[in-house]
Design a binder for this molecule. Structure first.
Ligand code: DQA
Length: 144
């Protein structure tokens, strides 16, 4: 089982950006946290973070035929990017969407999710745990 974990814009600023919303732990802490769970479940994880929509689209396309699952927190592109939605549909890889914060309890524009129109599951408001919940879900359903 090979899972690609994609984090979109400003998630490299975890620990610094709006700590009241996103917490004080860093992007490196997040990767470590996910890796620990992946090791327990014998899942191979690859991490990718980009502040650029096209970079994320390229990475999703490259995952075709390689990744068995995608875990994606598209950051602000969640609410705007038809291109990322289309890339996920193009490769057809099982996908879970993550938001560290509870997007539905924030500004109304954060309730719209394009990626959510493709993702099998959305975990929002569970902090870093959303990523490991998604990992276990994908591994249970598609793990081999
Ligand atoms: C986020 C929520 C988005 O609305 C925001 O633009 C982000 C992070 C989250 O993880 O809660 O960058 O995806």
């Amino acid at each position: 089982m090979h899972i690609l974990v994609i984090n979109g814009p400003n998630l490299n600023m975890l620990g610094i950006r709006e700590p009241d919303i996103y917490g004080r732990k860093t992007y490196a802490d997040l990767c470590e946290f996910i890796s620990a769970q992946a090791e327990k479940e014998n899942v191979a994880v690859e991490f990718y973070q980009s502040n650029h929509e096209g970079g994320i689209v390229d990475k999703i396309q490259e995952a075709y035929g390689k990744a068995d699952g995608i875990i994606i927190n598209p950051g602000a592109y969640t609410h705007t990017s038809v291109a990322i939605l289309d890339a996920l549909k193009a490769v057809g890889i099982p996908t879970c969407e993550i938001h560290i914060s509870d997007v539905n309890a924030r500004e109304p524009f954060r309730s719209i999710s394009y990626v959510g129109m493709y993702a099998e599951k959305t975990y929002a408001g569970y902090g870093f745990n959303g990523y490991t919940m998604a990992l276990s879900y994908l591994n249970e359903k598609y793990g081999k």
